[in-house]
Design a protein around this ligand. Structure first.
Ligand SMILES: O=C(O)C1=C[C@@H](OP(=O)(O)O)[C@@H](O)[C@H](O)C1
Ligand SMILES: C=C(OP(=O)(O)O)C(=O)O
Length: 429
């Protein structure tokens, strides 16, 4: 844990940044490559700590994984060839690793024990374990499986037809990955569509998945074959620079390689609704994951309301959207975002408390927050709560504050964006 003082003196931002790999897609590339038979090559892999935790877990299962810069090669003889690990699988700070691994390990032929850091130890796992138990999974853990450490005895599974109680791609993906090994057709029904990287990647690895009107159907017993995965840049990382470009004075920045999967692009819609000076050029709409180059300039922003079906499309961007809203004219209301309470920290409380310390006019609600802008922000000592997104929100705020911002722990940013401070230096003028 290292404290970092940020004294930026209100710079202008100019230049181009290539956005590093998408965290969700990077995790899945290693998971799918390990389940599949044969060789999988990955380009543009995110070397964030969360994705490195995923690699470590599969190495402990005996899968051969080589990392060469952002290229990763996975050689696997398939899920049935995995070795039973003699060590605990450590998932670090990563909810995605922990929850998707539960779905994968439930239908494997090995016994495993999984645990993570202090934050993971507080995040709810029953949302995944309950449907997995309905499929026949043998999983035990603290508070009847709600919290890590968790023990999983791989077994034969049966398909289920599951109505999702929350919009969560982690829950949906865990069920689909268990469904791969289950007898029958697994059906997941979503009320609000969550990110669909799992469905897209299952197809890339040769499986057939049907999606219609929020219902995903997937026949068990399909096998996956190694392939190439090209990871797009992470829109959740780009979001910090999209916000910075809009709120810093005299700024004009270009972000290359931004993943713009329609189940992830809520931030783009919000920036448009807030009147941001932004243009976008789409690149490979034909690929498994579409990308775009986005230019953003200093903007005169207006407040907006963010609620309902857009929430899962921008859930991880809400901390930085809250900062953006402090610089917009009028009121911004964020609703239907209770899920923020079960992220790396309670992100409603963390965002509101930390932005208040900088002078923002912001109030927490039961399911979101209300921000009234614009307000000039001043320096302060901020807590990150060990949450990378709260840390980056504080660092972007430091670009517009009078006086320094100190983060109590800047190391946590490496969870999703190890190059973040270098990229600030690239564009800061
Ligand atoms: O499936 C994924 O890769 C993710 C899903 C989301 O979580 P939930 O499924 O809990 O909404 C998101 O917040 C997380 O950063 C990554
Ligand atoms: C919530 C996040 O990740 P995870 O759930 O994988 O820890 C995030 O990256 O903001």
């Amino acid at each position: 844990m290292s404290e970092k003082e940020l004294q930026y003196s209100k710079p202008s931002l100019q230049g181009t940044i290539t956005i590093p790999g998408d965290k969700s897609v990077s995790h899945r590339s290693v998971m799918f490559g390990s389940i599949a038979t044969g060789r999988t090559t990955v380009s543009g892999f995110l070397l964030g700590e969360d994705c490195l935790s995923t690699i470590d877990c599969f190495r402990k299962l005996g899968v051969e994984i080589e990392v060469d810069g952002t290229n990763v090669t996975i050689n696997s003889a398939g899920i049935d060839a995995w070795q039973e690990p003699t060590e605990v699988l450590y998932t670090g700070n990563s909810g995605t690793t922990t929850r998707l691994m539960l779905g994968i390990l439930a239908g494997s032929s090995v016994h495993t024990v999984m645990t993570g850091d202090a934050s993971i130890g507080k995040r709810p796992m029953r949302r995944v374990i309950d449907p997995l138990r309905q499929m026949g999974a043998h999983i035990t853990g603290r508070a009847d499986g709600q919290y890590t450490p968790l023990a999983i005895q791989g077994t034969t599974l049966q398909a289920i037809d599951y109505q999702m109680p929350v919009a969560s791609a982690q829950v949906k993906s865990a069920i689909l990955l268990a469904g791969l090994r289950a007898e029958g057709t697994t059906i997941v029904r979503e009320t609000e569509v969550s990110r669909d990287h799992t469905e897209r990647m299952l197809r890339q690895f040769g499986a057939q998945v049907d999606v219609a009107d929020g219902v995903v159907s997937f026949k068990g017993g399909q096998t996956l074959t190694g392939t190439h995965v090209s990871v797009p840049g992470d829109i959740s990382s780009a979001a910090f620079f999209l916000a910075a470009g809009a709120i810093c004075r005299d700024s004009d920045i270009v972000l290359e390689n931004v993943g713009v999967n329609p189940t992830r692009d809520g931030m783009i819609e919000v920036l448009q609704n807030m009147n941001a000076a932004m243009t976008m050029e789409r690149e490979n709409d034909g690929g498994a994951e579409p990308t775009a180059t986005i230019r953003i300039q200093t903007s005169t922003l207006k407040g907006t309301t963010i609620e309902g079906a857009i929430i899962p499309r921008l859930i991880d961007e809400i901390p930085i959207i809250a900062l953006l809203a402090t610089q917009a004219n009028g009121k911004t209301i964020i609703k239907d975002a209770e899920e923020l309470k079960v992220k790396e920290t309670d992100r409603i409380t963390a965002v509101v408390d930390e932005l208040k310390k900088l002078g923002a006019n912001i109030e927490a609600t039961d399911d979101g927050m209300i921000i009234e802008g614009p307000t000039p922000l001043h320096g302060a000592n901020l807590k990150t709560y060990g949450d990378h997104r709260i840390g980056m929100m504080g660092a972007v705020a430091a670009l517009i504050t009078d006086g320094a911002v100190t983060l109590d722990d800047a190391d946590c940013i490496a969870v999703s964006y190890p190059e973040f401070f270098e990229h600030i230096e690239v564009v800061k003028k």
